[in-house]
Design a protein around this ligand. Structure first.
Ligand code: AMP
Ligand code: GLY
Length: 427
């Protein structure tokens, strides 16, 4: 019998975690990754095709006929990779273009939330700086300014003052720092509370929640300094208590699914809700149309059994709670970043200690921004590695992750020493 062929699109820590989990599936699929990184190279074949190169990916897939394509990042989903693959009879995990606009356009996302009655921050949309600033002055600070489109995580300013909000408006609408993604801005009420990431699988009809996670967006310990793509994550997130789950299911995910359906859009794939747990209950900060990064690195090691059946059930419309089971052990992912990140950073530096780290108790080393040079891993991105560990309890998982991280070295390596601090503080 031919081995099942699976291709993972993307090349970050999330994609290494997905490929790692798929490699352990009982069907032992033959894995491809486009473009992948030094970590995925050890699990299958890396293809020199960028995640945004839809023509290149389609061409490869029409020739090689993978049984399943799993899309990691948002850019190809928002550009319609799922629609194009399906049109060629290729099976793909990830929502169609129209559904992916929940991440691709914050205005669209707000419209759907409003129609579905999903709790979220009050917001107004502007295309003109003067009107946006007048609204900011009327509302006062703190206030949040967001570019409407995809801005690689850089389009959001939580402004402590009216002046900072006005500067963010100019940045998007006048200086056009985000290009067309900043043609419109949302000016949004500032919510207060603890954040959590709630990920769910959707098959067009049903919702199955995954274990909740929390990530750490700021570069510095104690959640200080500029925002990043995420400096670490852990799962489960104790702030997402069991009594919140019915609310998240019935007031967030199910109404979104139904409202999209009403608009003729079927959501099949993973939907990620960034939540603020406010005094008035959970409110949605944003939706993402794909797995979180680095949340996925902390969630998938806890996944009990095979992942493939759950992904396929989303495509086939046969999703079932029984396909998703969790190990009780908590999991922690610590991101090792290049010095200077989230600003400019060096690339091509040798990484040592990878094998020693992977042998540390209960540890897994997920590659993010790495590449192979003469058969050895070198740095090739801002977030370089996600050192991940399970533990008997959260404290043990944290200790295991840091014990592994301490074995790794590269020039100007930086990482946060306090991943999971909020949860540890509350226990
Ligand atoms: P987003 O990309 O929309 O998730 O925003 C990035 C980060 O900005 C979030 O993780 C929050 O920390 C913060 N943020 C976004 N929207 C709000 C809001 N309405 N109130 C307070 N903080 C927010
Ligand atoms: N960790 C945040 C994200 O994946 O968007």
């Amino acid at each position: 019998m031919n081995r099942m062929k699976v291709i993972v699109i993307g090349g970050g820590g999330r994609e290494h975690a997905l490929a790692w989990k798929l490699a352990r599936d009982s069907r032992h699929p033959e894995l491809f990754c486009a473009p992948g990184n030094a970590g995925t190279a050890a699990l299958g074949t890396n293809l020199p095709i960028k995640a945004e190169d839809l023509d290149g990916l389609l061409q490869w897939s029409k020739t090689n006929r993978p049984d399943l394509t799993v899309v990691g990042p948002e850019a190809p989903l928002c550009a319609g990779i799922a629609d194009r693959f399906q049109a060629e009879g290729l099976r793909v995990f990830g929502p169609c273009r129209a559904a992916a606009q929940l991440e691709g356009s914050k205005q669209f996302s707000k419209d759907v939330m409003a129609a579905a009655g999903v709790p979220t921050a009050r917001a107004m949309v502007f295309t003109e700086a003067g009107a946006a600033k007048a609204y900011v002055r009327q509302q006062g600070a703190p206030i949040v300014v967001k570019a409407d489109g995809l801005a690689a995580g850089k389009g959001v300013t939580v402004a402590a003052t009216v002046a900072a909000a006005e500067a963010a408006i100019d940045e998007a609408l006048v200086r056009r720092a985000f290009g067309d993604a900043g043609n419109r801005v949302l000016v949004e009420e500032c919510l207060v509370g603890e954040e959590a990431s709630s990920l769910a699988l959707l098959d067009g009809q049903r919702v199955v929640l995954l274990a909740a996670a929390q990530d750490h967006k700021r570069i510095g310990d104690g959640d200080t300094g500029p925002n990043t793509g995420g400096m670490g994550a852990y799962s489960p997130a104790p702030v997402v208590t069991a009594d919140l789950l019915p609310f998240i299911r019935t007031r967030v995910f199910e109404p979104m699914l139904r409202e999209l359906q009403r608009r003729g859009i079927t959501y099949q794939g993973l939907l990620y809700a960034g939540l603020m747990l406010t005094a008035d209950g959970p409110k949605v900060l944003e939706f993402n149309c794909r797995f979180g990064d680095p949340e996925t690195q902390a969630i998938l090691p806890r996944w009990e059994g095979d992942l493939l059946p759950a992904l396929e059930a989303c495509i086939d419309g046969t999703l079932d709670e029984r396909l998703v089971r969790w190990k009780p052990a908590p999991c922690v992912c610590v991101v090792l970043a290049a010095g200077g990140y989230p600003g400019p950073y060096a690339q091509g530096d040798a990484i040592s200690g990878l094998e020693a780290a992977a042998q540390a108790p209960d540890a897994l080393v997920f590659h993010a921004g790495t590449a192979l040079r003469d058969g050895r891993a070198v740095t090739a991105g801002g977030r370089v590695l996600g050192v991940t560990a399970l533990g008997a309890d959260l404290g043990a998982a944290v200790r295991n992750a840091y014990a592994a991280a301490d074995r790794i070295k590269f020039n100007k390596m930086q990482y946060r020493r306090d991943i999971a601090w909020r949860a540890l503080k509350s226990t």
